[in-house]
Design a protein around this ligand. Structure first.
Ligand SMILES: N[C@@H](CCC(=O)N[C@@H](CS)C(=O)NCC(=O)O)C(=O)O
Length: 225
């Protein structure tokens, strides 16, 4: 195995890639960040992932190992491979970890709905489907409500994190999903609607690994290719 660093193909606003960036940073795993715009013709994304999506984790060329794609799949690799580098990011209890991964699934569903709604909104007048956008909105609102409920329940029993006693992939995923909603401005007033979720999110989002990975918009120069 090579001692060269891993490469993460990422996009500056991507909440999916942000989950992996946070895990790599917290575990002090050296990696090179390769920022791309996956929607444009110059992107290298399709040469590593037939689904043309990022994040993608690349091993050094000399390793000959194929790329790893899908944020949850990458997160699993990071957690398992670097289990000896704290923080662990899972509890080691099968039922609690099932719950942590479930929260990660929920967060990714919110992010997917956000991306689908974002592109639908950019379609020309008359091309846009109100029903499709409403469907995505429902998913976003459903997930936000669910996160709020979880945070209230956990705080009610004096717990800081969503699962177990320490930060896990569940907290990372939920913070990235809520961060995407906040950053994009698609839900004005969410902070007032969910004050507990907002307070919880702000606290974790202000920590190491989170502060320096907050989303930054890129310039979309091309019509989607
Ligand atoms: N399920 C994927 C979703 C990743 C995703 O949607 N990434 C966006 C960037 S934020 C992308 O690359 N989209 C390009 C496309 O859908 O063609 C994951 O969790 O990694």
């Amino acid at each position: 195995m090579s001692s060269e660093p891993l490469t993460l193909i990422s996009a500056t606003p991507s909440p999916f890639a942000r989950m992996n960036r946070i895990a790599l940073t917290l575990k002090h795993i050296p990696f090179t960040l390769q920022n791309e715009v996956p929607w444009e013709s110059a992107t290298k994304t399709p040469s590593h992932n037939p689904l043309e999506k990022l994040p993608i984790l690349l091993f050094p060329e000399s390793d000959g190992r194929p790329p790893v794609y899908d944020s949850a799949h990458i997160q699993e690799y990071i957690v398992q491979k670097y289990a000896d580098s704290p923080p662990k990011l899972l509890t080691g209890n099968i039922d609690l970890d099932l719950h942590a991964r479930q929260i990660q699934v929920l967060a990714e569903g919110l992010m997917d709905a956000f991306v689908l709604g974002f592109w639908e909104a950019r379609r020309g007048e008359g091309m846009r489907s109100g029903e499709w956008m409403a469907r995505q909105d429902r998913k976003i609102d459903g997930a936000m409500g669910a996160f709020d409920g979880m945070v209230r329940e956990r705080r009610g029993v004096g717990k800081k994190f969503l699962v177990g006693e320490e930060l896990t992939i569940a907290d990372i995923a939920a913070v990235c999903a809520v961060g995407q909603i906040d950053f994009s401005g698609v839900r004005e007033g969410w902070r007032e609607k969910y004050p507990g979720l907002c307070e919880w999110w702000e606290e974790i989002d202000g920590g190491e690994g989170f502060r320096d990975t907050r989303p930054v918009m890129f310039d979309l120069k091309e019509k989607i290719v």
